[in-house]
Each structure stands twice: as structure tokens, then as C-alpha cells.
Design a protein around this ligand. Structure first.
Ligand code: SF4
Length: 404
């Protein structure tokens, strides 16, 4: 069934910028405090507005009844709460929901809700397309347009919660977990992703525990090295191969940041967290005759020996024109047994929502690939020292804001 939910008739497309108005949707508590202070108001107004938006789902200033009438009128003049626009919603037979979300002239992104028992996981996108071009991923094939804003990232959460029964309601369908595992490499959109995740964790926002907010990376080591300095969330590493030779083919960023470097960075991330019991999730997509042989499983078991981790095996989900095939059940079983016998906790990701192309690795959206920009971005990713230099000052700013 396809339908467009009635979220907010007044919402504007992402490109419809109001140059004189700040979009408050993607601002963290500290950033909202700064906004109100710079407008000559008390900082605590930021917390009030954050609660209205992210706890109660109210995006009309006139309904924020603990703000004075004069402040509400002032907010109308200087600010707005602008959601991304849902252009399509697909409901799968197994309860999975996929949304297609407009990002203005850059195209559309997708996000997916996966209910499972008393859990409801929202798979959130971070970029319009992806520059990393992993060979087995539908998103990578779409090219790249731009990073999502923090408002567009947290806006996905707002839309999902609103659609699933509303804010504050005891709905049977709830978002209990989020994974930054949709379209895009989240660490290449570091500041906006961190700001959005801080709202997911904020008790005045969505109030999710740090174990229930997961960032998944293909291996942007310089940004991963700094992640624990600004936020404490669960980490997933998209590994997909037990050696550099094979991973270079599947995940090209591996040529820049090979496996040893990536695992060292992931281990450093864990070591910086206060809770020493935390583990990394290793994501391993299994493709027939590519990375599913017993020797691959044994190599993987040896490789991860010093990394506190659990392993999530993902049977490859085919998409149009892909050269890869899904792993056979026999190979999957054998691979899993080898890892279990080596002492690992292993889960197998059930394929969900494949009747609406919402399964892992199938998200494609509708990216207006700006090839030259995509090429420049890819270069930027591969020359990440440069990117790091540029991002360091903003990361430091964010550290100050979060810890203020
Ligand atoms: S797997 Fe992730 S990092 Fe690789 S192309 Fe797809 S979205 Fe990008």
C-alpha cells in the first residue's frame, strides 16, 4: 500500500530555504540554548522548545503554550521548524515500512522501519547517495549528491515516530532503536550526524539509550578516531571481508584505510568509552562464492581475535544489475558454525521488507547524481587527511557545545 501520511500541510521542501529564519528542528539542546541567548532570551527556552518538537511532536510555535505570546510571535519572525517532505510510503507484508523523502533538487532518500517483537528499529540515512561505492550496495550505485542537514537526519526520526502512532502515545509500534545504516557513510557527515544522534539520546528529546543508537561505518578511520570524544553510541563496522585483498574489491575505501587500521581505530573507540563491557558489531554481508567460503570464516575468526565484538551475518540482498548472488543456506550455516565454534556470538540478519526493496543494501532513493561533485567528494574521502583538517575545527566546536 502506498500512501502519503498527513504530517504537516505547511511543511516545505528542503531546498525551500528561508534565508532569514533558523530551522530549529536539527539543533541540539546546547545549540537551541545558544539560539535563544543570541535572540536575547533565556537559554532554558531552548529546552522547552526541544521538548515540544521531539518529545511532544509539536512543530507549530502557537501550540507551545509555555512560551509567552510575544516570544511565539518573535519566533515566527526569526525561526521555523521545517520537516523534510515524505513523498511516498510503502508498507511491506511483514510490517516493515519504507519512506521516500524529498531532499529538494538533490533527489530523494529512503529510510526504513523494521518491527521485531517489542523492538522497532529505524534505519536512518545520512547522505543523498554515497560516494564510497561499495560494490555490493545499491546506494553506492546511485552516485552521490550531498550530505543531509542535521534537520533532515533527525527529521526522519520525527516522521517515523509521528507516523507510528504519535508522540507520547503508548503505541504498539514504537521506535526503540536507531541505526545510522541507511543511505550514505555517516562519518563523512560527521557534525550533522552527531548533532542528530545527540537528539536521539537526549532525555528531553527521544531519550534512547546509548546501546540503542548505532552508527555503522565502512571505515572512515580519521573520523572514527574522534567519535568517542563527542558522543557515546554503539558502533558497527561494515567489514564484509577477512583480508585486504578481498575487501579492496568490495569496499574501496579499504585501499586508503586497510583492515588493521580500521580495527585498531574501532578498538580505540571502545577503549575510550566509560563502559568497558561494550562490543563492536561486525557486519559481514555474505555473497555466494565471493566471501562465503570456510577459509573466509576461519580467516575472519583469526582476524577478530583481539577485538571485543559480535558478528552479524547478512545474506546479500540482490538488486537490479548486480553481479552478486545471495549466499546459499548451506554456506551460511557452515560459515556461522565455524565462527560459533571459534567462540564468537553470531547473529544472522533476517531479510525483511524485500517485497518493497527495503532490505539491507537495497536502499536506492532517487539521487540526482552530480557526477563532478561526486568525484570531488570521492577524492575528498580518499584524501581524508584534508577532510579531517577541515572538519577538526567544527568537531571541536561540537565537543564544546555538547559538553557545555
Ligand atoms: S555500503 Fe554504506 S558506505 Fe558502502 S556504498 Fe553503501 S551506503 Fe555507502
Amino acid at each position: 500500500m502506498n500512501k502519503v501520511p498527513d504530517i504537516n500541510e505547511d511543511k516545505m521542501a528542503a531546498d525551500e530555504v528561508s534565508p532569514n529564519k533558523a530551522n530549529l528542528l536539527g539543533l541540539s539542546a546546547a545549540q537551541l540554548g545558544d539560539f535563544f541567548e543570541s535572540a536575547g532570551e533565556k537559554r532554558f527556552r531552548g529546552t522547552q522548545v526541544l521538548k515540544w518538537i521531539h518529545q511532544r511532536g509539536v512543530i507549530d510555535f502557537d501550540q507551545m503554550t509555555d512560551l509567552s505570546r510575544s516570544l511565539r510571535e518573535k519566533l515566527h519572525q526569526i525561526a521555523e521548524i521545517r520537516l523534510p517532505e515524505v513523498v511516498r510510503q510503502d508498507d511491506a507484508e511483514d510490517g516493515v515500512i519504507k519512506w521516500l523523502i524529498e531532499t529538494g533538487s538533490s533527489g530523494c532518500i529512503e529510510m526504513v522501519y523494521i518491527p521485531e517483537g517489542d523492538r522497532g528499529t529505524l534505519c536512518v540515512s545520512s547522505q543523498v547517495g554515497c560516494a564510497l561505492d561499495c560494490s555490493f550496495c545499491a546506494t553506492g550505485k546511485q552516485g552521490f549528491n550531498r550530505d543531509l542537514t542535521a534537520a533532515e537526519v533527525i527529521g526522519q526520526m520525527w516522521i517515523a515516530v509521528n507516523t507510528l502512532g504519535g508522540f507520547g502515545a503508548q503505541s504498539e509500534r514504537r521506535v526503540t532503536n536507531t541505526v545510522m545504516m541507511g543511505m550514505g557513510e555517516p562519518l563523512l557527515n560527521f557534525d550533522n550526524v552527531v548533532a542528530a544522534m545527540s537528539l536521539m539520546l537526549d532525555d528531553n528529546g527521544y531519550g534512547l539509550s546509548k546501546r540503542r543508537v548505532t552508527l555503522s561505518t565502512a571505515g572512515m578511520v580519521p573520523m572514527l578516531d574522534r567519535l568517542a570524544d563527542v558522543i557515546d553510541v554503539s558502533l558497527a563496522v561494515s567489514l564484509h571481508a577477512p583480508n585486504d585483498e578481498l575487501r579492496d574489491q568490495l569496499v574501496p575505501i579499504n585501499k586508503k584505510y586497510p583492515i588493521a587500521m580500521l580495527l585498531a581505530s574501532a578498538n580505540n573507540y571502545l577503549e575510550k568509552l566509560p563502559d568497558k563491557r561494550r562490543k563492536i558489531t561486525i557486519e559481514y554481508t555474505l555473497m555466494d562464492q565471493v566471501n562465503d567460503r570456510p577459509q573466509h570464516a576461519k580467516e575472519l575468526a583469526d582476524l577478530l581475535r583481539d577485538t571485543p565484538c559480535k558478528i552479524n551475518l547478512i545474506p546479500f540482498n540482490p538488486f537490479p544489475n548486480t553481479e552478486y548472488r545471495r549466499v546459499s543456506n548451506n554456506s551460511l550455516y557452515r560459515f556461522k558454525e565455524i565462527l560459533i565454534n571459534a567462540g564468537y556470538t553470531v547473529t544472522v540478519r533476517t531479510t525483511r521488507g524485500d517485497d518493497i526493496a527495503a532490505a539491507c543494501g537495497q536502499l536506492a532513493g532517487a539521487v540526482n547524481d552530480r557526477t563532478r561533485r561526486g568525484e570531488r567528494y570521492r577524492d575528498k574521502a580518499l584524501k581524508s587527511e584534508k577532510l579531517l583538517e577541515k572538519s577538526t575545527s567544527s568537531e571541536e566546536q561540537l565537543v564544546r557545545i555538547i559538553h557545555a
